[in-house]
Design a protein around this ligand. Sequence first.
Ligand SMILES: NC(=O)c1ccc[n+]([C@@H]2O[C@H](COP(=O)([O-])OP(=O)(O)OC[C@H]3O[C@@H](n4cnc5c(N)ncnc54)[C@H](OP(=O)(O)O)[C@@H]3O)[C@@H](O)[C@H]2O)c1
Length: 439
Amino acid sequence: MANKSVGIALLGCGIVGGGVAAILRDQRELLRQRTGISFDLRHVIVRDPKKTDRLAGLPIGTDAMAAISDPKVDIVCELIGGTGVAAEYFQSALKAGKPVVTANKSLLATRGPELFALARKHSTCIAFEASCGGGIPIINALTHGLVANRIDAMVGIVNGTCNFILTQMTRNGWTYPQALAEAQKLGFAEADPTLDVSGRDAAQKLAVLAGLAFNATIEEADIHIEGIDKLADQDFKLANELGYVIKLLAIAERVDGARLVLRVHPTLVHQTDVLAEVSGSFNAVSVYGNAVGHALFYGRGAGRMPTASSVVSDIVNVALGTTQLAFKQLNIFPDTSPKVQVRPISELNSRYYLRLVAKDQPGVLAQITRILSDQKISLSAIMQHEVNSGQFVPIVITTHLAREGSVQKAIAEINSSTAMSGPAVCLRIIDQPREFAGL
Ligand SMILES: NC(=O)c1ccc[n+]([C@@H]2O[C@H](COP(=O)([O-])OP(=O)(O)OC[C@H]3O[C@@H](n4cnc5c(N)ncnc54)[C@H](OP(=O)(O)O)[C@@H]3O)[C@@H](O)[C@H]2O)c1
């Protein structure tokens, strides 16, 4: 294989960019042996060139536009993040006909179709493996490895911060504020964790992944989102007694032909489900294809080196020309696929976990079961711990499959009862897929 040089401009050299620079330096010979290509870092653009915690000898600068237009730059790697200057540089690179490698799921989730169309207009491409799932090659799997499949469902743990917090609440019995403080201390959560704990980060990733899996253009607004910040520690204990753990799941399902249900919310997952074992900052995505069945992708969902691993994989595939071919041929990217048809969450069929705090007095349970029965909700289990008569006591109910709209109506009626202390807690339960049961 002929030895050729490919010039790279790295826009951003923080957590991920620093990792990319390290791999390009430390694995230079390995990459050259494998590909016949020398990957040459021509520019490293940062905001503050005086920072001292960077690799020595990098070609550091601040003029992104000069780096993008340098004729010796073949690939622009956008690792600044956000939707501000990153978008500006992204567009400039595409307009110059240069492929862009990015880890920026916020930008793709908000302006994906426009940027993909711009890339196509200028006969170039966008590579974005690192935008979802950190080091897990899930985008490559969806666009290449599973291309023979009609995807029926995708269920993922795609936010490491939330998964770390929920794992601490499950295993140590911590409250949400305690678990969040620990995540911040260990660097798993930002000082402002809102994007993560609100479920929005997971939704942005679901928009990208489900778009590829279902050939649909999906925006964050198409997704029903509930975060983890209102979860109470006692629900983790009660879920455990019932054999479940609580996970923030990002779920996309084909429900009736073309329509999808798209949702991100805390979910009870049975302890025997493989996703229940995904702990700490790890991520996992279960994909259900009509030919492959269930395929599980598991690994580190963020962090310097795992994310850099995906970025460098994209750089190599762009340098080899395989990304350009896929981008040109495959009709799966947001600008080439139709707008998603969403089935509203009120039409969801799911099992539910309800925790009600009711006065321990005659007739209360009968009243609750009557309200549920009126909405055609049938019960799977009822759990109540013994207390002195007249006190308020948690009653936990799990249901068989029920319609979300009916469950919300029943909850509204239950909440209005004077026998209740505070609003009911309602969490959805996901059952493990049939093909896994009994294995
Ligand atoms: N961190 C992760 O684990 C992870 C995982 C998956 C995806 N991502 C995505 O990867 C991207 C980068 O994240 P990160 O964690 O590496 O961010 P980061 O550590 O904050 O690094 C951002 C870099 O961009 C530079 N920068 C910021 N504003 C700039 C500007 N106006 N002009 C030029 N350079 C500018 C910063 O310069 P200075 O160094 O001078 O401040 C820094 O080098 C984001 O899109 C993020 O969502 C991150």
